[in-house]
Each structure stands twice: as structure tokens, then as C-alpha cells.
Design a protein around this ligand. Sequence first.
Ligand SMILES: [Zn+2]
Length: 163
Amino acid sequence: MTGKTHIMGGIAASTAVAYYYGFDPVTMAAAGSVGALIPDLCHTKSKIGRKFPLLSTLISSVFGHRTFTHSLLFLLIIYFLATTYIPNDSLSIGLLVGMASHLILDAGTVNGIKFLFPASIKVRLPFYVKTGSTGEQVVLAALTIVTCYYIAVICGITIPIQF
Ligand SMILES: [Zn+2]
């Protein structure tokens, strides 16, 4: 998926979690959008890869694309670091929710992810799209609608449908 879809996925997931678990929605959405970009550190041309070119080049050359940074192992390492060193739950949980949304969205693409890295098993959802395709645009639109829904209910606006 492209960076904008990941950002919207991170915001959608983190606002939903903020709504159901009572975290601060603004902090969660900000952290969720950043967390949603972190796994693509393995890609030098990604939004975050261009911000940190040395780190991105290092990770890309050591691990390759969609392996370590798209794995359960990486998620657990970040979970440990975030819950140990970030005192704000909305911030640390938001980062993790954003990262998890990234892994789910990339598992919904043709190439899938190596979720169980260092095992080389490819994990892909039964329904998947090609990155940058019309299918991804549909996913982005759906995530935007979900985000609007949760922002509305967090703001106290009554919506006749429930997720
Ligand atoms: Zn990715």
C-alpha cells in the first residue's frame, strides 16, 4: 500500500481504539499515523525512508523489503520499547495500533508480508489488492469513511449505523 493509505489506515484504527478504550483520540490519531509509516523504514523510497535515508538504507540492505519491519518480532520489540520508555498510553498504544494497521494493510496486497520473519513464510489475506491500483483507492475510501465515522461518534454526533 502507498503512504497515504497507510496514514489513513493508522488514523482509522487508532481513532477506533481510542473510541472503544477511552484513549485520547487526538494523541492516538497522531501516533497512529506515525506508527503506520514506521514499518516502511525498510523501503528507501517510502515517506519515512526518505526522512531517514541512512537508517532506511541500512535496514533495507540487511533485511530487504517487508521482512523484519513487517513482522510480529518487530511489533513485539516496538511494544516493549514503547511501553517501557513512553509514559503516555495514548502515544505508545497509538504507535502500536498504527504499526499493526500497516501490517494488516500490507498483508492485503499481492506480495503479502513475512509476518513470521525470520521464517520466510509469506502471509497474505484472502482478499488482496495491487499497490497503487483502483482496489487500493477503494480501500483508502473505505478507511476514510471509517475514520469520519469514529471522529463523528467521538465528537458526540449520533450516527444511525453502528460498526
Ligand atoms: Zn509496508
